[in-house]
Design a protein around this ligand. Structure first.
Ligand code: ADP
Ligand code: MG
Ligand code: MG
Length: 991
């Protein structure tokens, strides 16, 4: 039946300087296969082989684990071609060709899937190989490795069984390393291994090379769906790839003897980004030996002494590869009897620091443009750079218990836990955990993701723990050999620690410390500054209609926070909450007195006491911001949040107010609400008690006057929260203006202070065209807007939201990323509505979403003037904003994307016209229809799915996992492109 001609090509050959594939074919050939092909075409020494495409993997799973018809023939033909090019036959008894069978998905998933080396070895070919190479030790070593890998991966024999056999052989021989075992020892070991296989798998170890080959191919395709690979894809939000490819490649041998070896290297330092050749290797070793952590690998620089020719050649190749791919490369190589082979290259995973340094340096070297540099660093990369370090003084004073390798920078402090599962369990209970292990393996990924830090006693800089931790941005020390782990205890010198004991590690120095040391956040480096300035420039020069620039502001209510945010590059304060100021010891008593006052007089009396204190607070913030805009939100939360909650506090307050405790209790009781979130809060407080806002406005005005007197530049803005109707704002604005007028008249000067409103209730968004009459600016309070749009109580959503995310009823947690279809729609309606009346209306966002990269991108597309986020997120927002601008500049490449774009203008115009005709009647309905059509046309399934998985992954692994691997950028970028058409802002820009 396989007579039917193969319509599609499934197998791609590479070898002898020519390949059927190339680097652009990652989706089809996987990253490894595509780059092996590319390197072959470049004339770099790559052992020949062929790649079975990811389409086959997809077909394999679609067809119930069956291969498409004709695949066997195609594979056989490619194998024959390979045999011909090498001049040997697979598993030939006299002179065997051996191959590796390697997995390789379009996005790198290091160590998650299977690879088998030395395939083609059997009882006969081992002797042929021994005779042919005159190196029996090598031949038996290759065979025992093959049985071990194949037995484990294909036949599912527990790998510990092999390791035990190897360990007892070494013990019997009184040697430490497997390189010290002789040919005879290894031959005996092979017998033992075969026995293990027979006993465990109940079949003999397969001897026929083709059986071996298909067994291995099945296993590699099978590994696409193994548990750890699935989990890795979830954690890293990898979606929409077809599957893994399988690479079958002629073996080269690093275990041939002392003139042979294998290693891993990076064209630049993946931790720091320094342009220094970086890597590790082991002589007389094969495959994963370097990362396995059994022998301690040597630094790459020492290779220059061992074999200058090979070393220089390697330097030449890494330079070439870096230039070619225009990015830092992570390269696998093997030296066989003094001849160098390259086995893999890919863009190297890196820390945030390294990402920034590489990007900045590569721009200087003219390898990439500034724009490329900006798109290459992820917001998570920057977030990582703001991770804590140990307070320098405390670090100096403390004596390190021991020192290991500084595998991933940053300091971490946590309770030590010895298994990944327990780390996850403790984390779930809210504990900060530090994962301590001899070494980590891909199975540990979940525990690693939730750990504050990771400490291993074995392994090098490219060990699993080191690589994964760097990618996650988790501090890590590897190879701390003085750390002795036994069961659930860890001994370092005289000290023994048990599960749950506190330890601090410094992943930047490799030092391990006893107990909890204070951690501190680092300053922004010079490179980061340069980089972020580029981001600022890109945002500043962006233009959407008549909205120029896209700023990053911050949410801060303390002068220190404001200062930090300002150092981090904040261009203003988008939300200065005033309620936090009242929790201050000095103010709280007066504030409480004000709350429980029964008369306006009493209330005013208390407010009078607060006025100078509040004025001082504002003055401090104005001063810290040096003339940048400071948006002050008038009192927002329900009053009962401030009243005493314990009996002791209640009687203290009663004493102070000279009223009976019972009376106070009754008053407090009366302030209780069934739904405080929907109760007496926000501007409603000022409708009932105008004197509260009057006091706050007076304090703002007085602080501003004080600044002017002291020649401090000042730019206050007043923001009224929770507005629902035009009338509300009209009244409250008039009140505020009256106070301002009075203060300025008395001071004999005038400070310009604009008055705007928050849009955080759907009704306000819908009535924006009307409300804007009394607003000088809008700011979206997306926490409340999300709460009220969904009808999800922010305080109670925890009990059901996780199920929504898990079952994918909701794609993302709407409190984390703006729900573009609902909340985002209201944002667009309000922004466009406001600007219909006031075309230059400044519009910002001050909810938590202001620091979320995907929400920032949405805000840009929706036409917002700025985002405001917490100080620590300012740097990443500067970047995410610039990326949004750059992505917005990308031309739609796919013809399909044109459709909705073409459709839109007409619809848009119609809606805009309607709205303009009747400025009072909001364009909401029309806009709904328009948006729906546009959305339908533009909605692409892939985008949706990517989002869905994101949510699951986020759930599965806490915060930390949000640190994205560089590789994931691709998915995110795709998602962005797919969505672009959907979320174009129908701004009223061209009136
Ligand atoms: P992973 O994706 O886990 O890195 P690889 O397929 O890259 O798996 O292979 C694992 C190890 O085996 C690597 O060190 C690689 O260099 C080595 N290796 C793979 N194929 C060959 C080969 N044909 N000859 C020699 N070493 C190989
Ligand atoms: Mg590899
Ligand atoms: Mg609010």
């Amino acid at each position: 039946m396989e007579v039917i001609l193969m319509a599609v090509k499934s197998v791609y050959f590479f070898g002898n300087g020519k390949a059927e594939g190339d680097a652009k074919m990652k989706d089809l050939l996987g990253g490894k296969g595509a780059n092996l092909a590319e390197m072959t075409n470049l004339g770099i020494p790559v052992p020949p082989g062929f790649t079975v495409s990811t389409d086959v993997c997809a077909a394999f799973y679609a067809g119930g684990r069956k291969y498409p018809a004709g695949l066997d023939k195609e594979v056989l033909a490619a194998l024959q071609r390979l045999e011909k090019s090498i001049g040997k036959k697979l598993g030939d008894p006299d002179d065997p060709l051996l191959v590796s069978v390697r997995s390789g998905a379009p996005i790198s998933m290091p160590g998650m899937m299977d690879t088998i080396l030395n395939l083609g070895m059997n009882d006969k070919s081992v002797r042929g190989l021994a005779a042919k190479t005159a190196n029996p030790r090598f031949a038996w070593d290759a065979y025992r490795r093959f049985i071990q890998m194949y037995g484990d991966v294909v036949m599912e024999v527990p790998h510990e069984d092999f390791e035990e056999a190897l360990a007892s052989m070494k013990k019997a021989k009184g040697v430490q390393l497997d390189t010290e075992l002789s040919a005879e020892d290894l031959e005996k070991l092979v017998e033992t291994y075969k026995k293990i296989v027979r006993e465990d798998a109940k079949v003999d170890f397969p001897q026929k090379p083709l059986d071996q080959l298909w067994g291995a191919v099945n296993a590699v395709f099978g590994s696409w769906m193994n548990e750890k690979a699935i989990k890795y894809r979830q954690i890293n939000e990898i979606k929409n790839i077809k599957g893994t490819a399988v690479n079958i490649q002629a073996m080269v041998f690093g275990n041939f003897g002392d003139d042979s070896g294998t290693g891993v290297c990076f064209s630049r330092d993946p931790s720091t980004g320094e342009n220094e050749f970086y890597g590790e290797y082991l002589m007389n070793a094969q495959g994963e030996d370097v990362v396995a952590g059994i022998r301690t690998p040597e630094k790459i620089a020492t290779l220059a002494k061992k074999n200058k020719v090979v070393y220089d050649q390697l330097i030449g190749i890494k330079n070439r590869l870096e230039k070619h791919f225009r990015d830092m490369q992570d390269i696998e190589f093997t030296v066989q009897q003094g001849k160098l082979y390259i086995l893999q290259t890919r863009n190297g995973m890196r820390t945030g620091a390294s990402a920034v340094k590489c990007a900045v340096d590569m721009v200087a070297e003219k390898l990439i443009t500034k724009e490329q540099a900006i798109l290459r660093v992820t917001p998570a990369n920057l977030d990582q750079l703001l991770h804590p370090m140990i307070e320098p003084a405390a670090q100096k004073a403390a004596k390190a218990l021991t020192k290991g390798l500084n595998a991933s920078p940053g300091a971490a402090c946590g309770k030590i836990i010895f298994t990944a599962n327990e780390a996850e369990a403790w984390h779930a209970k809210g504990e900060k955990v530090l994962l301590v292990r001899r070494e980590t393996s891909p199975e540990d990924i979940g525990g690693m993701a939730v750990a504050q830090g990771i400490l291993t006693s074995t392994g090098g800089m490219t060990s699993h723990a080191a690589v994964v931790a760097r990618g996650m941005g988790t501090p890590c020390i590897a190879g701390a050999k003085d750390v002795i782990i036994q069961g659930k205890t860890m001994t370092i010198g005289p000290k023994t620690y048990k599960e749950g004991d506190w330890v601090t590690i410094d992943g930047s120095t490799g030092e391990v410390f006893d107990g909890q040391l204070p951690l501190k956040t680092p300053e922004i480096s010079k490179d980061m500054n340069t980089f972020l300035k580029w981001c600022d420039d890109i945002r500043a020069t962006s233009k959407r209609g008549n909205i120029k620039g896209f700023e990053v502001w911050t949410n801060a209510d303390q002068p220190e926070d404001a200062k930090r945010a300002f150092q981090f590059g904040a261009q203003g304060i988008g939300l200065c909450r005033t309620e936090h100021m009242f929790f201050d010891k000095e103010k709280l008593p007066y504030f409480r007195a004000m709350i429980v006052a029964n008369t306006t007089e009493k209330r005013k009396e208390a407010l009078k006491k607060i006025l100078p204190l509040q004025q001082k607070d504002f003055f401090g913030i104005f001063k810290a911001m040096e003339g940048r805009p400071v948006v002050i939100r008038l009192l927002d939360p329900p009053l009962h949040e401030f009243v005493p909650h314990t009996d002791a506090e209640t009687s203290e307050l009663a004493d102070q107010l000279k009223i009976p405790v019972t009376a106070l209790k009754a008053k407090v009781e009366s302030l209780k609400e069934f739904n405080p979130m929907l109760g007496h809060r926000g501007c409603r407080l000022a409708i009932t008690y105008p004197e509260i806002y009057d006091m706050q406005v007076e304090a703002i005005a007085l602080a501003a006057v004080e600044c002017v007197k002291q020649k401090i530049p000042v730019h206050p803005e007043i923001m009224i929260p929770l507005i629902i109707t035009t009338k509300e704002l009209k009244v409250l604005r008039a009140n505020a203006e009256a106070v301002l007028k009075r203060v300025f008249a008395a001071a004999g000067m005038k400070v310009p202070i604009i008055i705007g409103t928050m849009i955080e209730v759907p009704r306000a968004a819908i009535r924006a065209t009307d409300i804007v009459q009394y607003a000088d600016f809008f700011s979206f309070g997306t926490n409340d807007l999300t709460q009220m749009t969904f009808g999800f109580s922010r305080d109670d959503a925890g009990s059901f939201l996780p199920s929504y995310i898990e079952q994918e009823v909701l794609e993302v947690d709407p409190f984390r990323s703006v729900d573009e279809e609902g909340v985002g729609f209201l944002i667009e309606v309000a922004t466009n509505g406001g600007r219909l009346v006031k075309p230059n209306l400044p519009v910002g966002i001050c909810g938590e979403h202001g620091g979320d990269p995907s929400s920032i991108e949405f805000c840009y597309k929706a036409g917002l003037s700025y985002v405001s986020c917490s100080p620590f997120r300012v740097p990443l927002a500067r970047l995410a904003g610039a990326q949004a601008v750059l992505k917005g500049l990308e031309k739609p490449t796919k013809p399909a994307a044109k459709k909705p774009a073409a459709k839109k203008p007409a619809a848009k115009k119609a809606a805009a016209k309607k709205a303009a005709d009747k400025a009072k009647k909001p364009a909401a309905k029309k806009a709904v229809a328009k948006k729906a059509t546009a959305k339908k046309a533009a909605d692409k399934k892939p985008a949706k799915k990517a989002v869905a998985k994101k949510a699951v992954a986020k759930k599965a692994v806490a915060k930390k996992a949000a640190a994205k691997k560089p590789a994931v950028k691709k998915v995110a970028a795709k998602k962005a492109v797919a969505k672009k058409a959907a979320a174009k802002k129908p701004a009223a820009k061209k009136k």
